[in-house]
Design a binder for this molecule. Structure first.
Ligand SMILES: NC(=O)c1ccc[n+]([C@@H]2O[C@H](COP(=O)([O-])OP(=O)(O)OC[C@H]3O[C@@H](n4cnc5c(N)ncnc54)[C@H](OP(=O)(O)O)[C@@H]3O)[C@@H](O)[C@H]2O)c1
Length: 280
């Protein structure tokens, strides 16, 4: 099976992708920005500096790329990786951006998409909607400390996707040429507002979690206090504004098309992740 480089291999999408590729018999090379502890299976890549890129693609037939969160210059991080893939004769790159990335040609994520489209490499672009897993990562503190999901999105709905389904789609795209050179907006099966999300999690854990709509300025203060870079905080507020305006509500059949099954539901996600909210 193909040698596959996974950027973001220790993250939410990448770790499950690595597991699934292993199951399918791929030889997987995990990229990490941390010091390498297992050189047979890991390679050092820092997308913020470009360190390690030429070596990482040596002997690689296909690669999964993403830009880590916390940065707003996604094109400056991803374009050199796409160039390195091309230079080393990689056949296919699967790039994960985000749903809506292609709505603005000047957006850094879109520039990276266009760079891949123009590269001559076989490709897939996957654009997931907001992850369900944000409720056990980014938004966990409010849930654990106050039993609340605090977001400036009012009653807008999102077709949240289980990140494990994103990994499964990426694994399938890296295991077959059937869908080469296609782009997929990945969503869950239904759109829910945050009251509905809170109700699903509450039902699973047997305690009441509620949603509180907050002004963007309040979230800005909290994120800055938590140490997030100012430009990334503004990026998050911008895309949460898109959520509030209804742009995250759309559902697609892409998961069904690629995997031949329906996306996981929020109830399934909550059941599988219930331990995350044990202290709520
Ligand atoms: N969360 C959402 O709702 C959502 C929705 C749509 C799209 N997305 C997109 O999803 C992506 C994030 O995916 P994820 O949640 O799976 O990521 P994640 O869990 O945050 O993991 C990203 C990984 O990237 C690695 N990394 C960090 N800095 C790096 C650097 N400078 N160079 C190379 N690697 C680095 C880290 O591993 P090491 O420590 O081993 O380096 C980390 O495990 C972003 O591009 C985001 O825009 C997210």
């Amino acid at each position: 099976m193909a040698k596959t480089l996974v950027i973001g291999a220790n993250g939410t999408v990448g770790s499950e992708l690595v597991r699934l590729l292993g199951e399918k018999g791929h030889q997987v090379l995990k990229a990490t920005s941390k010091p390498v502890t297992d050189p047979a299976r890991e390679v050092h890549v820092n997308l913020a500096t470009g360190a390690g890129l030429p070596q990482a693609f040596e002997g690689v037939e296909q690669a999964f790329l993403l830009a880590p969160p916390g940065f707003t210059n996604q094109d400056e991080m991803l374009n050199p990786a796409i160039d390195a893939a091309k230079a080393k004769g990689v056949r296919k790159v699967v790039l994960m951006t985000a749903m809506g990335a292609n709505a603005d040609e000047s957006a850094p994520m879109r520039k990276a998409e266009v760079h891949l489209l123009n590269s001559g490499l076989a490709y897939n672009i996957i654009r997931p909607n907001w992850f369900m897993q944000n409720f056990n990562t980014f938004w966990i503190h409010g849930i654990l400390e106050q039993g609340k999901i605090f977001l400036p999105v009012a009653q807008a709905k999102g077709s949240f996707i289980d990140a494990r389904d994103i990994s499964a789609v990426a694994a399938q795209l890296l295991s077959s040429n059937t869908f080469d050179n296609q782009e997929f907006d990945l969503t869950g099966g239904v759109a829910l507002n945050h009251d509905e999300v809170a109700n699903v999690i509450s039902a699973e854990i047997g305690r009441s979690i509620t949603f509180e709509d907050i002004p963007p300025e309040v979230l800005r203060g909290g994120l800055l206090q938590a140490g997030l870079p100012a430009d990334y905080v503004e990026f998050l507020l911008l895309i949460l504004g898109y959520f509030k305006a209804g742009y995250s509500e759309r559902t697609t059949d892409a998961v069904q098309t690629v995997l031949g099954r329906a996306p996981r539901t929020l109830a399934q996600y909550a059941k599988d992740y219930r331990a995350a909210w044990a202290g709520a």
